[in-house]
Ligand binder design. Structure first.
Ligand code: PGA
Length: 239
């Protein structure tokens, strides 16, 4: 049985002050929750303040993105070493908003995963199909392409996969538990077939997860956690 894993992707939300306020009131509520792994991914500017509050707790800290070089003339980018020194143990890579707005390809995602792992960061790799792709029955084809491109030459140690159908992200239109489980099963089979060590890897569902629907999603055999954006109040989800 893999340990459930609930992660919060704050996206471009919360200033340093808001981060401090949120985490300060969040921590007492989850101090005894140890049967679930909990992770928070604030924006870069809040990592320092978040780390200060989280470092002696069981809550994990993640960045939402990383660049694929160690250092150099890449204005505005953040290296994996910088994330480690800011206290991150995880990084989210390949989120559909990165793919959509910043044109990240599977090749770029693959480079980011490799450099993150070389620096000891664990990775949450996001994959998922668009509405059009689902309607054209191309979901598995898209997942296959994203998995093989993103994980090219990558071992599964330190990797978590988040299945996030694009049509469900921030739309209030969640995948049904059956749809999520079907995609997760495909991902699990793909990993078992193509990589060693898939047994311990967790597959999270993301896309309009709320306090109302998390229980039925998590009840599915292949759904081991959630990547939550809009429903920031994780404490409700953990009940
Ligand atoms: P959402 O976002 O919960 O707001 O749909 C999920 C995500 O983007 O990871």
């Amino acid at each position: 049985m893999r340990k459930p894993f609930i992660s919060a992707n704050w996206k471009m939300n919360k200033t340093s002050e808001e981060t401090k306020d949120f985490i300060s009131s969040f921590l007492p509520l989850v101090k005894d929750v140890t049967e679930v792994d909990i992770l928070i991914a604030p924006p870069f500017t809040s990592l320092g303040i978040a780390y200060g509050l989280l470092k002696d707790t069981h809550i994990k800290l993640a960045a939402q993105n990383v660049f694929y070089e160690e250092k150099g003339a890449f204005t505005g980018e953040i290296s994996p070493g910088m994330l480690v020194s800011a206290g991150c143990s995880f990084v989210i890579i390949g989120h559909s908003e990165r793919r959509q707005y910043f044109k990240e390809t599977d090749e770029v995602v693959n480079k980011k995963i490799k450099i993150a792992r070389n620096n000891g960061l664990e990775v949450i790799l996001c994959i998922g199909e668009s509405l059009q792709e689902r309607e054209e029955n191309k979901t598995f084809e898209v997942l296959d392409k994203q998995l093989s491109g993103s994980l090219n030459g990558v071992s599964l140690e330190g990797i978590t996969v988040a299945y996030e159908p694009i049509w469900a992200i921030g739309t209030g239109k969640t995948a049904t538990p059956g749809q999520a489980n079907e995609a997760h099963t495909y991902i699990r089979d793909w990993l078992n077939k193509n990589r060693e060590g898939a047994d311990t890897l967790r597959i999270l569902y993301g896309g309009s997860v709320t306090p109302e629907n998390i229980e039925s999603l998590m009840a599915e055999p292949e759904v081991e956690g959630a990547l939550v954006g809009g429903a920031l109040n994780l404490t409700v989800l953990l009940k």
